[in-house]
Design a protein around this ligand. Sequence first.
Ligand SMILES: Cc1cc2nc3c(=O)[nH]c(=O)nc-3n(C[C@H](O)[C@H](O)[C@H](O)COP(=O)(O)OP(=O)(O)OC[C@H]3O[C@@H](n4cnc5c(N)ncnc54)[C@H](O)[C@@H]3O)c2cc1C
Length: 213
Amino acid sequence: MLHKIQSIRNLTDSTYIIRLDRNNFDFRAGQYLSLGIPNDINMREYSIYSGVNEPFLEVLIKEIKQGDVSVLLKKAHPGQALHVSGPYGFFTLPDPDVHEKKFLFLASGTGISPFHSFVKSYPSLDYKIIHGIRYKSESYEKESYSAGNYFAAVSQDNKAKIKGRLTEYLKTLTLEPSTLCYLCGNVDMIHDAYEILQSKGIPVDQIHSEVYF
Ligand SMILES: Cc1cc2nc3c(=O)[nH]c(=O)nc-3n(C[C@H](O)[C@H](O)[C@H](O)COP(=O)(O)OP(=O)(O)OC[C@H]3O[C@@H](n4cnc5c(N)ncnc54)[C@H](O)[C@@H]3O)c2cc1C
């Protein structure tokens, strides 16, 4: 189905948010859609960044210079229509427990996108996000998260309180065994974080992951 672009917000030189007409597109927070330029055979998956009750659809995209689709989408403009299919995926929160449980969200880079949708969709969620990024400027729209809930672990500059990789910071934390953990982004981060969480006593059935690449 075609969805018209309402706006594009550039967050860094490479990362941008596309806001599309919603067109009655129904989804659960945490799901992704498939996006492409009409008549181009290439489509790519993008987690939905906006909340379920918002009147538009948003995706957060990092341009991969050697890539096909993310470069083309960056050149798109308001008024242009994009091809959207979906929603897809099962990276969603357990509805009956959502207001009783504590959540830990671990994201690398644009892997923060489904967590943004969770926070927008469930305003009273009890959560902590650890965002693994290279530079502090990649703390995409961190003002969306309540004070004390968002922690950026920054590996390549010295401007943040938490220096180094997300996984190093994770090792220093004490977690309640009932915490539900959601991991999203790069496969290496997910693999390493999975092992750390298990070593801290989090049961496997409380660890959920969404691999981007
Ligand atoms: C379920 C799912 C959800 C996704 N959600 C998002 C999202 O919300 N935002 C987003 O930006 N991307 C997301 N991705 C990745 C996205 O689908 C594309 O792979 C990405 O935009 C690159 O597409 P491309 O056509 O430009 O490059 P391609 O030609 O497909 O790939 C070029 C190379 O870049 C690698 N690559 C892909 N993503 C990254 C990255 N972020 N950093 C470094 N290397 C990368 C690929 O593995 C490949 O080797 C998601 C992937 C999946 C499977």
